[in-house]
Design a protein around this ligand. Structure first.
Ligand code: PGA
Length: 258
């Protein structure tokens, strides 16, 4: 049975008080019944706060089944890279997952496919599971270029010599940029079409991998639209921005996966 991943991406939001309240609320909402249900239905919740709050959140959520992940990592293992955080450092803080290639990293910090591939390599070396984000802009979608863009982003990893290692424990997240933070979600059918395309592309490369690869959807996922998205055969969870800042909404979406 395919695991469903519910991943919260806090982006650059929050402070210590908010982390404290979020974790308290989340713990209040996760009783044994819910944890057992999550276990049975193979659902994994993950929260990715900003770097400074990772240790605090990891400690606060230690007795829950919710994992902690990071939003980025360096493209280098260690050294004179002022301001960077290595994958190994994240692993040592208890992270299991790291979001890579988010459209905000690509657009605002000029991360290209080559840098993202290098970050994937670092994550894999540190035994972190990369959540690799793919997605097209509104203009690209309107020009009918969605598949071409996704294929390029995918191939930048799949055509590498070390792709089998990079993809071994990876998750993909399809995030149409026009749906991020806009309140505009892709319809379940629209998302399913792209997810199916991604799976077919991966299948050309490795059928076995395509079958087990989790492909999450991201872009204005909320408790009231999550269920319809999760019913789609090729949608294996969600990458959630805005709604993940509220423990109630995050758990509401998590509940939809059970
Ligand atoms: P959103 O963000 O849920 O606020 O649209 C999604 C994301 O950027 O991962």
């Amino acid at each position: 049975m395919q695991t469903t991943y519910i991943v919260g991406n806090w982006k650059m939001h929050g402070d210590q008080t908010m982390v404290h309240h979020f974790c308290q609320q989340l713990k209040a909402l996760t009783d044994k019944k819910l944890t057992d249900k999550a276990h049975q239905s193979h659902s994994q919740g993950v929260v990715c706060p900003p770097f400074p709050y990772l240790a605090m959140m990891q400690e606060a959520l230690a007795e829950t089944s919710i994992a902690v992940g990071a939003q980025n990592c360096a493209a280098y293992p260690q050294g004179a890279y002022t301001g960077e955080v290595s994958a190994a450092m994240l692993k040592s803080l208890g992270c299991e997952f790291v979001i890579l290639g988010h459209s905000e990293r690509r657009q605002l910090f000029a991360e290209d496919n080559a840098v993202i591939a290098e970050k994937c390599h670092q994550a894999q070396q540190a035994k972190l599971r990369p959540i690799l984000c793919l997605g097209e802009t509104l203009a690209q979608q309107q020009q009918g270029k969605t598949q071409e863009i996704i294929k390029n982003q995918l191939n930048s990893i799949l055509l590498l010599e070390n792709a089998p290692q990079l993809m071994q424990n990876a998750l993909l997240a399809y995030e149409p940029i026009w749906a991020i933070g806009t309140g505009k979600t892709a319809t379940p059918e629209q998302a399913q079409d792209v997810h199916r395309f991604i799976r077919e592309e991966v299948a050309e490369y490795d059928q076995h991998l395509a079958h087990r690869l989790p492909i999450l959807y991201g872009g204005s996922v909320k408790p009231d639209n999550a269920q319809a998205l999760f019913r789609m055969p090729d949608i294996n969870g969600a990458l959630i921005g805005g709604a993940s800042l509220s423990a109630k909404d995050f758990m509401g979406i998590y509940q939809c996966s059970l």
